[in-house]
Design a protein around this ligand. Structure first.
Ligand SMILES: [Zn+2]
Length: 379
């Protein structure tokens, strides 16, 4: 493997540094003979999509063809996402781990839902007394995470309702922790949240129903939040689709949509760790991380915090390391400072993943500066 040399402003510290890559890892000790692939720009630890689904298509359809799975992962990487947390997939995507050009995938196994309380065929469905056993199964299938469906429409009630009693959650989350896995849960409404948070859940997905009190409990416990704001944009459409049969559900979804930004802002203000996830695979296209970072910023997170939520903060949370001695060499280089202009996220110049340049290789400008004006034609 060729050793690489990059120079630029290393984020989040913000200092101009020289960095080398040897055997797939960063080092600050110069490596003789390394190939220089960047002389300037901003060096951002590989982006993370902290909530997406490889293997799920529109409407919750299973995507099983290897090329289609590869494409979902590739669409993420083209956007600078070099690691993703898969928040539940009905298909086996392990073969993607052998493809060095594709992002690292941290899996949560399959979704676990109560019977007939989720998108048909997407989750493993179990009655509450079987939850802890199924959590152990999925913990062993995944990469350190388990995904519960915490609430969903209860057609008998006509509105969102919790899926699990509190005692089943206590037992299940303890079981996951015993297996060395963290647990996260889908929640839209408020009712499921007290039981999940007090049972010691590690993360909440969407979390649109969070109240100030629950946010305070999450902050005290260090429970993370992945708001998936660009997916929450679909709530009015969900409301319209359910309006006729489930008017209470429709009105709940509209209310949750209206308060989503304020919930994120309140969580940030309270000190809840917030991470960027798109919920791609389903209603959102893979490769949408820049839109989610912008949405977090528009909700009130400073641009640097919103960027960190999709980079250094998320990487630390997931145990991936950043641009530091001995860490895996995953970095995205931008021409401009993405903290000053989040639009830079749409134009990655260079990506190094597992210590190799991936994607199109942009020609390096000559030493001493970028070329001014057009390159003269030959002839
Ligand atoms: Zn999801």
């Amino acid at each position: 493997m060729t050793a690489l040399h990059l120079a630029g402003v290393v984020l989040p510290a913000g200092e101009h540094r020289d960095v080398w890559v040897r055997n797939g890892r960063f080092t600050f000790d110069p490596v003789p003979g390394a190939e220089t692939v960047s002389r300037n720009g901003w060096l951002v630890p590989g982006l993370v999509d902290a909530h997406c689904h490889v293997g799920v298509g529109p409407g919750g359809a299973h995507v099983a063809e290897p090329d289609a799975l590869r494409q979902q992962a590739l669409d993420e990487r083209v956007a600078g996402v070099l690691a993703l947390r898969d928040c539940g997939s009905p298909v086996d995507t392990r073969f993607l781990d052998d493809e060095p050009d594709l992002p690292r995938i941290i899996r949560a196994g399959r979704h676990i839902a109560a019977p007939r309380r989720y998108i048909p065929d997407l989750a493993v469905e179990v009655e509450p007394p079987g939850l802890a056993d199924e959590v152990r199964v999925q913990a062993r299938r995944g990469d350190g995470w388990v995904k519960l469906v915490g609430d969903w429409i209860d057609r008998g009630v006509g509105d969102l309702a919790p899926e699990w009693p509190a005692d089943a959650l206590v037992e299940a989350i303890a079981a996951a922790h015993e297996e060395g896995a963290r647990v996260t849960a889908h929640t839209f409404g408020t009712g499921a949240l007290p039981g999940l948070i007090r049972a010691g859940i590690d993360c909440v997905e969407h979390g649109t129903g969070l109240t100030q009190d629950l946010i305070g409990e999450m902050a005290a416990r260090g429970t993370a939040l992945v708001p998936t704001l660009i997916n929450v944009e679909h709530f009015p459409a969900f409301a319209a689709a359910g309006e006729k049969r489930f008017p209470a559900y429709a009105s709940t979804m509209r209310r949750l949509h209206a308060q989503a930004g304020a919930v994120v802002r309140a969580a940030f203000d309270a000190g809840v760790p917030v991470y960027a996830g798109t919920d791609a695979g389903g209603g959102v296209e893979h490769g949408s991380i820049a839109a989610e970072v912008r949405a977090l910023h528009e909700a009130g997170l400073p641009a640097e915090v919103a960027l960190g939520a999709a980079s250094w903060s998320a990487r630390s949370w997931l145990g991936l390391g950043c641009i530091e001695e001995g860490a895996p060499a995953d970095v995205v280089v931008y021409d401009g400072d993405p903290r000053a202009n989040l639009d830079e996220l749409g134009r990655p110049r260079l990506m190094v993943l597992r210590g190799r340049v991936v994607g199109e290789k942009t020609p390096l400008p000559p030493a001493g500066g970028r070329p001014r004006g057009p390159v003269p034609a030959r002839g």
